[in-house]
Design a protein around this ligand. Sequence first.
Ligand code: ADP
Length: 580
Amino acid sequence: MRTLKAIFGKLVSDDKANSHKILNLLTLSGAIVAAVALVSTAIIEPHVQALVVIGVIIVAAILILLTANLLNKPLFAAILLNIIFNLFLFPYMFFTSGGINSGCPLFLLVGLILAFATVPRKKIAAIIYCIDLIGPVTALILGYYHPELIETLDTELAATADVLVSLILVSISLSVVYRYQGFFYEKQQEKVEENARLANAATEAKTNFLSNMTHDIRTPMNAIIGYTEIARKNATNKMTLLSALTNISVASEHLLSLVNDVLEMSRIESGRFELQCEPASITELIDKVETIMRPEMEDINLHLVIDTSEVEDDTINCDVLRLTQILINVLGNAVKYSHPDGHVYLSVAQKENAAIDSIMCEIKIRDEGIGIGSDFLPHVFEPFTREKTTTVSGIPGSGLGLSITKTMVEMMRGTISVRSESGKGSEFIIRIPFDVPTLVEYDTAEELMKKYNFEGNRILVVEDNELNCEIVKEIMQEVGCEVDTARDGTYAIEKIRLSPPGYYDAVLMDVQMPLMSGYETTEIIRSLDNEKLANIPIIALTANAFDADREKALSSGMNDFVSKPIINSELMSTLQNYLK
Ligand code: ADP
């Protein structure tokens, strides 16, 4: 039942033109009705001629369905349907089943409707309709002048019954087409409306963005213009001049940070934002952030209390620039929305993480400032939202900082949350998992041998660069592996395809190769007929060490990922999960 439903769903799926769906629907219902007729005729009154006609209808219907869907030639199938039914089957039925005094004229009518219902292009449909006409017109004229050619039905009752059955069958098939036509139309209408809604939402977002930007750019611009004028008028008054210049500098800085935020946002939205991870000291990074924030904090006599006592692995793999930016954004807000003479607390703690060689960093930034009202709290991370405008609060801002911060945190596979109470202060909690570089990075051959023994395993190294290939081969041989090599993806596929299942225990796959990339090669290997061969562990070796590449490797079907230049211990600990 489920398979039938799936087949039906495919026959009327949205990617098909309406005429194609109607063609499928009509042919399918025709085939079903004919199949029922075949069984009932065989049981009630087995008449060879009738059985042959019905059989031909079923075969024709199947042929048409296959042509339209498997060969994907709906136009050809529609023409076939029209020709078979109008020029042969219905006229034949007309002469063998009672002519004008039976239900046949009703079928002739259905036949003539087929052209416009199933042929997609109007002009072709009109031509087919004209050709279709030849069948019924010839049948009617020939029947009129040569009535002896028609096999009449035996009794008046038989004729009436035939008309009745034909009436029911024809009306049902026309109703089905009519209903479905309406149904397809409604579905299309819904889609159009949904697209229009999305387009409107995008336009609205753009309009909001522009009006927000215009307002936010105007504010510092007005200040710059205004204070420049004051400076010009007070060129001889040093105090006023200095104060005007200071204000100009503040407004310019704000303008610059606004432009930077917008650029950052558009970079994120256009997908041109990639993390660049490298080993870095978390405590040094915090020191740097403190240095950057100090002048601003000293201005209002704010004290930054830093606690890194729960840092266990100081060196982590991270995008230093982005992590610094995250901390400065949140810390900047803590300072901006704090009262003078208060405290801001920054703590970093490291917790166990499920993944090996990875640690969960929990960074908390707490202030005792104005806090966030419960109404606004759920919206703090939305772009361009602020609890109070600059005009009301006197605090400059664009409402973009936290939105950018959240996106960056999430790109690092982390989370950010906030606890806050109006008038009491806020606490932002950022949790990000970081990889911890293994300390024993360059183990010697003897050290490797002591730690890992992969004797009895055979590895296929797929690498186009000869030198790299030699290096990997040597490392793997040192830990007891038998190593075979392939100089590109095509060779690798052949070697694996022709090998007995289990011959290779794992594949180390370079990603960038000239003829076929490692991703494509993996996809082909994963689609091999032999399940065991198709599921062979494949580990990517790549110089592109960003998250996006890792995800690409995994989504192409690779099991794991080791970055180049190869760190022996990293390669071994990864392989350990896949080898005997
Ligand atoms: P901006 O600070 O430029 O307005 P953000 O996206 O950084 O934009 O913050 C959005 C809003 O969240 C701010 O306008 C402010 O209302 C609120 N907010 C953020 N951090 C704090 C904080 N530490 N204390 C109080 N309110 C905050």
